[in-house]
Ligand binder design. Structure first.
Ligand code: NAD
Ligand code: ZN
Length: 367
């Protein structure tokens, strides 16, 4: 078992990573549960597999838990579904000590955290992320929210959990494609801040993805530490430090938008392509040796991620992608802001990138 502290001055908490944690969730959560009543929010797919394990574990410490189900998939992160979730929670007559437990991927975590931040002006909240993406990214940092027609995650709050419990056993049932999408974010931490970790992933990534739990725990702990370090310095994204976590995301978001945020391209899959693009742009602008961009691409491809838009079953145009990027919240007066690399493990924020240089690379990539 491993512990990663998230030392926020007003709300410190610990991420616990291990095997069989769900079965023993009673012991692990007892200290954080302030009442004998808890509400478990999960989606229908995760609930079917894991809900009984968690409810039994809570029952073993005399905590009664009521389940609340949300639909599977990104569509659940909408205002109508959020309202429905609030009503289901309120119907269970929670009091200020009733803990909301999110059991699921990032969708469940983001919805539950947001609900916890507003029901009765704030209920205690615990995260039990069950996708690799949620374990290394969305369950750390306290961002919650839903999507609207005006954009993704544009309504939400910063709200920290009391605890995060990461049971790697849950990855056994996660489809490989989802595992790979989460793995892209793991690679991101190596690329932006830890060359040794990247080299470790080159060596161990395939075995980790195939199910080696010791390697999974190590990679998850490293990733959580990396994200927590940034979050501790810049909790609410006011100092620009969290921006480095957006490596691969400017281009990734453009691809997701062009694909209509559909299952045809998962977020992590878009980020993998976006990271390769950002590395190539870094090289093109003279910040990075081209071999480093090639190394990043080679590793992502070796584990089975797409690294180029050419393999996606959709014709893209450079202009359409560029339009999304200039509309991304990171764009200022037409000039683009990108997270670039100067070496493996060394990212920096580059402002004022001329759209022409991005367009030129896009055109090469689309050929
Ligand atoms: N809050 C943040 O800081 C943050 C950061 C990154 C991403 N996100 C958000 O996270 C969301 C994506 O999260 P996600 O990739 O976890 O998607 P998800 O929650 O939709 O889960 C992906 C799929 O896997 C299934 N699933 C989950 N756990 C499973 C398991 N153990 N076994 C079998 N199936 C399982 C789910 O039912 C779903 O079909 C997006 O909405 C994104 O905006 C938030
Ligand atoms: Zn991401």
């Amino acid at each position: 078992m491993m512990h990663v502290p998230v030392a926020l001055s007003h709300a410190p908490y610990t991420i616990t990573i291990g095997e069989r944690l769900l079965t023993h969730a009673g012991e692990h959560l007892a200290a954080h549960l302030t009442s004998k009543k808890a509400i478990v929010v999960t989606d229908e797919a995760v609930g079917r597999i894991y809900l009984h394990r968690l409810s039994n574990a809570l029952a073993s410490i005399d905590v009664r838990s009521a389940p609340v189900l949300v639909p599977v998939g990104e569509g659940a992160k909408s205002l109508p579904h959020f309202t429905a979730l609030l009503e289901q929670i309120l119907a269970l007559a929670p009091d200020r000590n009733t803990t909301l437990i999110a059991l699921g991927g990032g969708v469940v975590g983001d919805l539950t955290g947001f609900a916890a931040s507003v029901v009765l002006r704030g209920l205690p909240f615990i995260q039990i992320p069950t996708t690799l993406l949620a374990q290394v990214d969305s369950s750390v940092g306290g961002k919650t929210g839903v999507n609207t027609a005006y954009g993704k995650n544009v309504v939400g709050s910063f709200y920290q959990p009391k605890a995060v419990l990461i049971d790697v056993d849950t990855l056994e049932t996660l489809p490989l494609r989802e595992r790979l999408a989460g793995y892209a974010e793991v690679v991101k931490y190596g690329a932006i801040g830890d060359a040794d970790f990247f080299a470790w992933l080159e060596h161990n990534g395939a075995a980790l993805l195939a199910g080696d739990k010791t390697l999974q725990m190590e990679a998850i702990a490293k990733s959580c530490k990396a994200k927590a370090a940034v979050v501790m310095q810049d909790e609410k994204e006011t100092k620009g430090l969290r921006a480095l976590l957006n490596f691969g995301h400017t281009f990734g978001h453009a691809l997701e938008a062009e694909m209509g945020y559909s299952d045809a391209l998962l977020h992590g899959e878009a980020v993998a392509i976006g990271m390769v693009f950002a590395a190539k742009l870094s090289a093109k602008l003279g910040h990075l040796a081209p071999e480093v961009a090639a190394r990043l691409e080679a590793h992502l491809r070796a584990v089975g991620l797409h690294t180029s838009v050419k393999n996606l079953q959709k014709p893209f145009t450079a202009e359409a992608l560029l339009t999304h990027m200039t509309h991304d919240k990171k764009a200022e007066n037409g000039a683009l802001t990108f997270v670039l690399l100067k070496a493996m493990g060394q990212a920096f924020v580059a402002k004022h990138i001329a759209p022409d240089s991005v367009r030129a690379l896009l055109q090469e990539e689309l050929m």
